[in-house]
Design a protein. Structure first.
Length: 68
């Protein structure tokens, strides 16, 4: 897990908490902010996922080149 994946997960969880808190106190504004934070976290996690795929692909390509 890389830094973006971890930060994205934290933002997503934080957003879920904020959304639920908004529901409990009856604040539509907090619910919307929580949902936005969740989507921001999901996006950051996706960026981290792409970075991991690229990192693994580069590693595999290097291994293939070195073996030739």
């Amino acid at each position: 897990m890389n830094k973006d994946q971890l930060k994205g997960e934290i933002k997503e969880v934080s957003g879920k908490v904020q959304e639920k808190a908004g529901q409990v106190i009856g604040s539509t504004d907090q619910q919307i902010k929580g949902l936005a934070k969740q989507h921001e976290g999901m996006t950051q996690k996706a960026v981290g996922d792409v970075k991991e795929v690229i990192k693994e692909t580069v590693k595999d390509v290097k291994k293939d080149v070195e073996s030739k």
